[in-house]
Design a protein around this ligand. Structure first.
Ligand code: ZN
Length: 73
């Protein structure tokens, strides 16, 4: 599962929405979000282009889990 996390694009930079896997401590673009972005800034924030690109690839990639083969028929 993935979730959106508002954070700074770079230290001291503009706030953007990153994508973060729930099991990871980093965003998809490899950033650790140490500083929280307040709600007003988050509403005006754009999206992290790196996270969006990587997230798009993840969504179009085939699932990693093997589905059990059925021998019916
Ligand atoms: Zn990002």
């Amino acid at each position: 599962m993935y979730e959106m996390c508002a954070g700074l694009e770079e230290p001291g930079g503009a706030p953007v929405w990153h994508v973060m896997a729930k099991s990871e401590a980093r965003t998809l673009c490899g950033r650790r979000l140490g500083q929280r972005v307040d709600g007003a800034s988050a509403q005006r924030a754009g999206h992290c282009s790196t996270c969006m690109t990587l997230f798009g690839k993840l969504m179009t990639a085939p699932p990693a889990v093997n589905s059990p083969a059925t021998t019916e028929g």
